[in-house]
Design a protein around this ligand. Structure first.
Ligand SMILES: [Zn+2]
Length: 325
């Protein structure tokens, strides 16, 4: 991996070749939070990604972290079959996604870190770290995913943040943080800053769940990046609200701190399983509306230049934080 290439599941790709980027999806997922909604079928994954490709999106960031159904071999195959670049994640989600007896809750910091570094620099474990038989693949992760709870960050999540920040410093990859309904974003930025990660290397997922333009501008002023990733999830709010947010952010010259995604997290949201809106809703339905509202340049900023810049490993974060004497 060099400074100008991004690690995809099929190997390094020059950042500018990523094209249009959907910054938050899940190609495979299984979590105790949504029983009966898992999606692990390789053929359906390839079909879903092919629809994404047809919608005009060239790259998908798959933010499924450790232990939530990652299938690196099948992910690489789906990328190959669909022609979509896939940037895979490692990391640890918010605590609710791990059962009380999950190993990650009790693992020491050294183990938590070494797993992330293995996924980032060797290849994601074929069995997604279901011990005792880890088996590295050659398909590396290119981003770290962490998770915060509603309005606070739990003790175990803080340990996972520490490991994630250390892995980001070692490799220069960005960190995507799940915020629960857009809350605790500043808490997450403060915690990562304590561990040497500047806000400029952080993507805050689900900020559009709390569509508060003043809050969003404050987060951008801090240097963080917002991911509006509930596009097409109409039960949360109409997509017009996201267009309004983007228009406000654009009026304050902040669009270079926003990325877009759909974050399909349930099989009932996938066309390939007979549901909707489908992973392709971003390119298919939303991008034409965004282009009509804000023009080509705005679309290019949020879909291309911003995510390409963020995904590029940044050496400045590869240094350890300065110790205060
Ligand atoms: Zn997600």
């Amino acid at each position: 991996m060099t400074d100008t290439t991004v690690e995809t599941v099929l190997g390094p790709v020059p950042a500018h070749d990523l094209g249009t980027v959907d910054a938050h999806e899940h190609v495979f997922l299984r979590t105790p939070v949504n029983p009966g909604e898992e999606f692990l079928d390789p053929d359906k994954a390839a079909a879903e990604l092919s629809a994404v490709s047809a919608s005009g999106i060239r790259t998908v960031v798959d933010l499924t972290p450790v232990g939530l159904g990652r299938r690196p071999l099948e992910l690489a195959d789906a990328a190959r079959r669909s022609g979509v670049h896939v940037v895979a994640a490692t990391g640890y989600h918010r605590a609710a996604h791990y059962r009380e007896d999950h190993w990650a809750r009790d693992a020491d910091e050294e183990t938590l870190l070494s797993i992330l570094l293995d996924d980032l620099t060797v290849g994601i474990d074929r069995h997604d770290w279901t011990f005792p038989h880890p088996e590295p693949t050659t398909h590396r992760a290119g981003i770290i995913k962490l998770g915060a709870s509603y309005q606070h960050i739990k003790g175990v999540e803080r340990r996972w943040f520490a490991a994630g920040a250390e892995a980001a410093r070692a490799t220069g990859v960005p960190i995507a943080v799940h915020t629960e309904v857009g809350t605790a974003a500043f808490t997450a930025l403060d915690l990562l800053a304590e561990h040497g990660i500047p806000a400029g290397r952080v993507l805050l997922a689900h900020t559009d769940r709390n569509p508060d333009p003043e809050l969003h501008l404050d987060l951008i002023a801090r240097g963080a990046h917002l991911v509006y990733d509930t596009i097409g999830r109409i039960k949360y709010r109409p997509d017009a609200v996201v267009l309004d947010l983007l228009e406000t952010i654009a009026a304050h010259d902040g669009l270079d701190h926003v990325c877009l995604g759909t974050d399909v997290g349930r099989r009932s949201m996938l066309t390939s399983y007979g549901g909707g809106p489908g992973m392709d809703v971003l390119g298919r339905d939303f991008v034409p509306r965004l282009r009509r509202r804000l023009g080509d340049e705005a679309v290019r900023t949020v879909l291309e230049t911003t995510p390409q810049r963020l995904l590029t490993p940044t050496p400045s974060t590869a240094a350890a934080p300065v110790a205060v004497a």
